[in-house]
Design a protein. Structure first.
Length: 309
């Protein structure tokens, strides 16, 4: 039985479920027609953190599927005055057909999921960003013109930078799909052992190759180089330290010299040009990066159709 919620990539428990989501996303992008499936239904979009792509793509996705997005900002709700997650969850379940949450703490989203009778979708937490990496895999398939998930095994994907929620979700989806993923980070900011241990329930069967290193030379012959900001929301006090630690991990022309000649660059945005990625590489790789952003809309539509009944 499919999970009620999408809190982690692991809630898409097998390759077939992910393949079906990606197939639906490509179908929605190719047809680009509005549907009336969610007429009379409402999606709560709850935002504790600033958002552009997640907020807009979910709102547009719901509207183009015939439903209504309802924006819920934490400071304007009673939870900002101490109302419990339990009470908030019970009430929202009476009004809404689904709830997307962009939160600081993954534990809070788990708590909402526990008490909500409606589907809860993780729009980003400190632990994972599952909706983003679905769009990322869709983008890799589209730009390399691979018609099957199995063909992705031949593509070397390198994530370089902070081992954050993006890295965690990339590792999870790579484990399930059997991908070749290398995560390159400074030693102090590498992937936690608990994240890697979780992959072991999949990698023996899928033969995924997941490597974690601090050596930027592991980007050699990369087909995909993916980066993110060095200081995620909630870690602002470490900004000066991180800027110094991550300087050797910048995506720049020197790094791309050792990558594959047809390497594409991805960035989940927002980008701080001149920090994790240089301005010239951002400009040069606009097609892949903004295709990646566009694909959030179609991945979000597929997620909504999959989870909201």
């Amino acid at each position: 039985m499919a999970n009620k919620d999408l809190l982690s990539i692991y809630d898409l428990s097998n390759k077939e479920e992910i393949k079906n989501l990606l197939k639906k996303a490509f179908e929605l992008k190719s047809k680009k027609k509005y549907l009336d499936i969610f007429r009379g239904k409402c999606l709560g979009i709850m935002l504790e953190k600033p958002s552009t792509r997640t907020m807009v793509s979910f709102a547009v996705a719901m509207a183009q599927l015939g439903g209504t997005p309802i924006f819920l900002t934490a400071e304007k709700m009673q939870c900002s005055r101490g109302e419990s997650i339990y009470d908030t969850s019970k009430v929202l379940s009476k009004y809404l057909n689904g709830l997307m949450i962009r939160a600081f703490k993954h534990e809070d989203v788990l708590e909402f999921s526990k008490h909500c009778s409606i589907p809860v979708i993780n729009g980003l937490t400190d632990y994972e960003h599952p909706c983003q990496v679905l769009a990322d895999i869709m983008t890799v398939m589209e730009l390399f013109k691979t018609k099957t998930v199995e063909a992705l095994k031949k593509i070397k994907i390198v994530y370089i930078g902070d081992s954050n929620n993006i890295a965690n979700s990339l590792i999870a989806i790579s484990a399930i799909l059997g991908l070749d993923l290398t995560v390159i980070s400074p030693l102090e900011y590498q992937v936690k052992n608990e994240i890697l241990k979780q992959t072991l329930q999949y990698t023996p069967k899928t033969r995924a190759e997941i490597k974690v290193t601090s050596d930027v030379n592991y980007a050699k012959n990369a087909d995909v180089i993916y980066t993110d900001v060095w200081t995620s929301m909630g870690f602002d006090s470490e900004k000066v330290k991180r800027k110094k630690m991550f300087a050797p991990y910048q995506v720049n022309s020197e790094l791309l010299k050792i990558a594959s000649s047809n390497c594409i660059v991805l960035h989940c945005l927002p980008a701080l040009r001149g920090e994790e990625i240089t301005s010239d590489i951002m400009k040069k790789c606009e097609n892949s990066i903004f295709t990646q952003a566009e694909n959030r809309l179609y991945a979000q539509k597929a997620v909504l159709l999959h989870f909201i009944k």
